[in-house]
Design a protein around this ligand. Structure first.
Ligand code: TTP
Length: 392
């Protein structure tokens, strides 16, 4: 590895710490019989979605956000389980508290992932590779969970490094070598390049970060948008000056879709609404937050757009409460205006770490996260007519 330029300002030392196959490893702590076996966690019924898969199951092509039915075909021998989100949140808090022993600047980004500013910590904990190992051992000893750590001069480089550290390892990239390290990697490895941007870049014959970094800005602006293009090209060169703490976390999570042709069939719209609610719910649970309410957005064929908002009975993170609320809003909106719909969106808002308030009149809202999967389980066991949910 080339040496850092001694005359330059001291390079930042950022750790990106990410627990491996988080939900699975927490379950393995509770039940050691699951160790070494392929395990898939998520909706376990015919309409369920995979939240995460153990590395043993990933070898068969199983991954997050895949339909569980597809996962079952790829890896029928895996153990399929529903998640326990309350437990994951508790473990997440303990994990963050362990990290806070090593630096005052710990920025959680999701339940199992945080950035830590370790700049200047050498005197206390040794060189970055050594302090990262100390941290990993502490997490392993206190929580029994494997963690991977990417080390870099910025959040961006640290995060990309983590993917090379996984599973259960450490990977460091210094600024002087970062651009060369990025260059051969596929564009999709850059955080922020999703499937759509990936496809747009492929049309320009750009498949690697090196090619992206070398492309003139004009064509990039055309496919990525005028503001985004400069930002993305800069990041492709591994340049990131973002502070560790950025703008406050978003207070809402949205998911929306535009129909290929305008739709007026209520059942078709409900099916899409359900998917959007599940997607927003999965992101909510991954962030370790609860929402206070949900809203829907409807755009009609003539492009007029309406939004309708409602508060939950108690703060929650379950697919069912999101769907029930969004569905209620949809039914009312469709009754008021039955025109074909061009776009539909769901937003969960009022996000926070507040504990769900227990209402004496309601069922335990803590159980909400798992209710949809429970319905799926009953269906699976006794057939799809055994239980039906609302109007779906
Ligand atoms: P990730 O950190 O993205 O993944 P992971 O910890 O399962 O595995 P890896 O070793 O690759 O980091 O997500 C953390 C948890 O968030 C994950 O265990 C389950 C949950 N999750 C979902 O519920 N849905 C999703 O689509 C993703 C990506 C994660």
């Amino acid at each position: 590895m080339p040496d850092v330029d001694r005359n330059s300002e001291q390079e930042r030392v950022i750790f990106h710490v990410d627990l491996d196959a988080f939900y699975v490893e927490v379950e393995r702590q509770a039940d050691p019989a699951l160790r070494g076996k392929p395990v898939v966690i998520g909706g376990i019924g015919p309409r369920g979605v995979v939240a995460t898969a153990s590395y043993e199951a990933r070898k068969f092509g199983v991954h997050s956000a895949m339909a569980t039915a597809v996962a079952r075909r790829l890896c029928p021998q895996a153990i399929y389980m529903r998640g326990n989100h309350e437990l994951y949140r508790e473990v997440s808090k303990k994990f963050m508290n362990i990290l806070r022993k090593y630096s005052p600047i710990v920025v959680p980004v999701s339940v199992d992932e945080a950035y830590i500013d370790m700049t200047g910590s050498e005197r206390l904990f040794g060189e970055p590779l050594d302090s990262a190992e100390i941290m990993r051992v502490a997490v392993r000893e206190k929580l029994g969970l494997p963690a991977s750590i990417g080390i870099g001069p910025s959040k961006l480089v640290a995060k990309v490094s983590t993917e090379h550290a996984k599973p259960d390892g450490i990977f460091q990239v210094r600024q002087v070598e970062a651009e060369a390290f990025f260059a051969p990697q596929p564009v999709r490895n850059l955080p922020g390049i999703g499937p759509k941007a990936g496809e747009a870049l492929a049309k320009l014959n750009i498949s690697t970060l090196g090619q992206l970094a070398a492309t003139p800005i004009g064509p990039l602006r055309r496919v990525l948008g005028p503001n985004h293009a400069d930002y993305v090209r800069c990041r492709a060169k591994a340049i990131d000056n973002a502070p560790l703490r950025e703008k406050p976390k978003s207070k809402s999570i949205s998911s929306e879709t535009t129909f290929a042709t305008d739709v007026s069939s209520r059942s078709e719209i409900e099916m899409v609404l359900k998917k959007l609610c599940e997607r927003a719910g999965a992101r909510l649970r991954k962030s370790g937050l609860r929402a206070r309410g949900a809203s829907i957005k409807l755009r009609y064929g003539d492009f007029t757009t309406i939004t309708r908002q409602r508060t939950f009975p108690a703060a929650g993170d379950g697919d069912q409460v999101i769907y029930d609320t969004a569905h209620g809003l949809l039914v009312t909106a469709m009754r008021q205006r039955g025109d074909p719909i061009r776009l539909i969106g769901v937003t969960v808002n009022g996000l926070g770490e507040q504990a769900a308030q227990l209402s004496l009149l309601d069922d335990n809202p803590m159980a909400d996260s798992d209710t949809s999967e429970a319905v799926d389980t009953i269906r699976e066991r006794y057939g799809s007519a055994a239980i039906s949910r609302g109007s779906v």
